[in-house]
Design a protein. Structure first.
Lengths: 157, 103
């Protein structure tokens, strides 16, 4: 006769757990990503997977992608300046990937015609790692990389 | 509502250089608080920049963009007094738009 009470408790407990998870941001039903945000790409853990999630395949190494004002050694991994200039004609988008971060993809910029394929921003790095600049130009993907040494990680707690 | 962005748009030759400094925690979802509980991710996901209503840059960001993000880019065109508008949306659905005029 206690069975229904147990059942209710069990169901109730399950719901609470779900609600807690939702509150903690593990499950994001409603706000699951802003419009136009590529969830798959941002949850990828390798260069190939990320490129695939962005809709491309096997990027070619390119010397026409240049890191500008990007340090070789970053003292503080929480703020690492990254500047990327693409000299590839018809550059459509530039992405920043950090190999040893928990999620590789950091940012994707779409460059409409008229905007210079050159931008700079600041990222966080967990540890010393290769940073990839992935460029989409005329439908093809190109990549360049640079190792940045981090003396103090930016993702610890 | 989040704090306002600082936007500076400068005419350099025939191009406009835009520099933006946003105010946002950019919490990664990796850190833990003093009680050992994970601090949920809270970060800007999309950024749009327009010049007189025309889109000049869009971006998608992950959690690894630094706190209080900085962004600099350049586009061809622009005249003194033109309006630059920057909008971001974070993973809570929070939104902020700020405007500046080209100097």
């Amino acid at each position: 006769m206690d069975e229904s009470r147990r059942q209710a408790l069990r169901t109730g407990g399950g719901l609470t757990l779900l609600a807690l998870l939702a509150a903690a941001g593990w499950l994001r039903p409603g706000d699951a990503a802003a419009e136009g945000w590529n969830t798959g790409a941002f949850e990828s853990h390798s260069l190939d997977d990320t490129v695939k999630a962005l809709g491309g395949s096997a990027p070619a190494q390119s010397k026409d992608i240049v890191f500008v004002a990007t340090p070789d050694i970053a003292e503080n991994g929480a703020v690492v300046p990254i500047g990327i200039t693409s000299n590839i004609p018809k550059t459509e988008s530039i992405a920043i990937l950090i190999e040893k971060n928990p999620n590789m993809l950091s940012a994707v910029f779409d460059i409409p015609a008229g905007t210079d394929p050159a931008l700079s921003t600041r990222v966080k790095m967990a540890q010393t790692s290769n940073v990839y600049a992935l460029v989409k130009a005329d439908g093809k993907y190109y990549v360049a990389s640079k190792e940045i040494k981090v003396t103090l990680g930016g993702c610890g707690g | 509502m989040a704090d306002p962005m600082k936007i500076r748009a400068t005419l350099v030759g025939d191009s406009t250089e835009v520099k933006v400094l946003m105010q946002h925690e950019m919490e990664t979802g990796q850190r833990k608080d003093a009680q050992g509980k994970t601090i949920p991710a809270w970060f800007i996901q999309t950024v749009t920049a327009t010049w007189n209503g025309k889109t000049v840059l869009t971006a998608q960001w992950g959690t690894s963009v630094a706190k209080n993000p900085f962004l600099a880019f350049k586009f061809k065109g622009g005249a003194k007094g033109d309006r630059i508008q920057i909008t971001w949306v974070d993973n809570h659905g929070d939104k902020r738009s700020d405007e500046a005029t080209i100097a």
